[in-house]
Design a binder for this molecule. Structure first.
Ligand SMILES: Nc1ncnc2c1ncn2[C@@H]1O[C@H](COP(=O)(O)OP(=O)(O)OP(=O)(O)O)[C@@H](O)[C@H]1O
Ligand SMILES: [Mg+2]
Length: 432
């Protein structure tokens, strides 16, 4: 019966009561104690599950003890000489109960206790009679059968439990596989979104670039010509130039994200790469009160990667970390260790800052383009990171939980990732 459900008689319970009734109708019929004990045995069997639920720890011990006591008392009220009572098989009840709830050692122990309880009737019998050889054999046979039954039932129950455990493990691994599948689907949807957006923005950025070039060239010429003659016009032309430069940089970043990259793969030393990226970011924000802690494992294998693009990964991550800790300052921890992804060896880098972390509602989207919480942020940093990592057949994930400071874990392979040549060849003609 399930926990918490109300008890209802099943047809097996009904049969059980029927058999006990049949025992009650067999002689001695007028022995009221016998009938009462049979009733108690019947009721206790029906309530046993309740006892187990009530006392999860000791319930099984109580059940066996109560049954041994009831069986012993029943034998005392059936037959002239209790040791000879034809009701002795009632001791199978505690013996089988023990075999169902316990392991082999405890089952043997409780069977021995039940056998001793049964043999306790030897004492009054020996006051009046002598124990014959045939009597000893009979008694030994009965007791041995207790043990045989106990062990057989126990073996069967243990096998059953093992089977159940196996099914549980199987269902757990299925659930885990299901979770992984869902994560992979989510990842695939993200890639699809990125790819569609990438195509669109590549076309758009390309179209914007040409007029930008013309505007920039014209502004440059205007500034040169107006420099001395008309200072105000020259200042205005300067604005046009600087704003065009800004737009140009933006479009260049945009194209970095949007167009398929052509990887120039070669062995790259991960610690040196990380140090360079740290240096670049420090140079961009020299006054930021940030302490950097580096923990690089010894003997890291060289990455097989595009050096420039990979540096971009960490420049973007460190920039975000610096920006997150801007003002109050903080600590940036960068660790690098050996790792493997789907059997592919490589290096895992963790970037942990001490900033405010990433709010729960943003977690799903931070790798999408144009997701930004910053006043002057474009929201391209992490999507460029994700793209470069994907191009290298690596992985990136936000490791920190909501409410914690941000921690990103990037894996980059050290071997030659399969199929790399295909993406190189396929994309090379779309560059520029
Ligand atoms: N280390 C971090 N701590 C807290 N929030 C972060 C961190 N890194 C990223 N984020 C959040 O993720 C958003 C997206 O980051 P992303 O780098 O893609 O864009 P951005 O930094 O806003 O703009 P861009 O990088 O294009 O200048 C950020 O605006 C910020 O809200
Ligand atoms: Mg950023």
């Amino acid at each position: 019966m399930e926990n918490g459900r109300k008890y209802a008689l099943s047809w097996i319970d009904g049969l059980w009561l029927l058999f006990l009734l049949a025992l009650a109708l067999l002689p001695p019929v007028r022995e009221v104690h016998k009938q009462l004990i049979l009733l108690a045995i019947g009721l206790f069997q029906l309530l046993e599950r309740q006892v187990l639920l009530r006392f999860p720890q000791r319930g099984a011990v109580y059940a066996v003890l109560v049954k041994i006591a009831l069986a012993t008392v029943l034998l005392g009220h059936t037959g002239e000489l209790s040791i000879n009572s034809s009701y002795y098989p009632i001791f199978y009840l505690p013996v089988i109960t023990a075999a169902m709830y316990f392991g082999p050692a405890a089952t043997l122990f409780w069977t021995a206790v039940a056998s001793l309880a049964y043999c306790s009737y030897l004492y009054p019998a020996l006051q009046e009679y002598e124990l014959t050889r045939a009597g000893v054999v009979e008694l030994a046979t009965r007791i041995l059968f207790f043990f045989v039954a106990a062990l057989i039932v126990n073996r069967f129950v243990l096998e059953n439990r093992r089977q159940v455990r196996r099914y549980q493990q199987l269902s757990e691994s299925l659930a885990e596989a299901n979770r992984q599948l869902q994560a992979a689907q989510e990842e695939a949807r993200r890639s699809e979104r990125l790819a569609a957006l990438g195509q669109l923005s590549a076309g758009l950025a390309h179209e914007i670039r040409n007029p930008l070039g013309v505007i920039k060239g014209s502004a440059e010429m205007l500034t040169q010509r107006l420099q001395q003659a008309q200072p105000l016009a020259s200042e205005l032309a300067g604005y046009i130039l600087s704003e065009t430069n800004r737009l140009n940089a933006l479009v260049a970043r945009f194209l970095d994200f949007a167009r398929p990259s052509r990887l120039d793969l070669r062995p790259v030393d991960a610690p040196a790469l990380l140090d360079r990226a740290l240096e670049t970011v420090r140079a961009q924000m020299p006054d930021a009160p940030v302490t950097v802690e580096r923990k690089y494992a010894a003997g890291l294998p060289p990455l097989y990667a595009d050096e420039q693009l990979c540096e971009q990964i960490f420049v973007n991550l460190f920039t975000n970390a610096y920006q997150a800790m801007d003002g109050a300052g903080g600590r940036l921890q960068v660790t690098a260790e050996r790792d493997a992804l789907e059997g592919l060896p490589g290096v895992a880098v963790e970037v942990q800052d001490s900033g405010p972390g990433i709010p729960a509602e943003m977690r799903q989207q931070i790798f999408n383009p144009f997701v930004s919480s910053k006043k002057d942020g474009v929201g391209l940093g992490l999507s460029i990171v994700a793209k470069i990592v994907d191009d290298h057949h690596g992985s990136i994930r936000l490791k920190s939980e909501p409410g914690e400071s941000a921690c990103f874990r990037v894996f980059l392979p050290s071997g030659d990732p399969q199929g790399q040549e295909e993406s190189d060849g396929g994309n090379s003609d779309r560059r520029g």
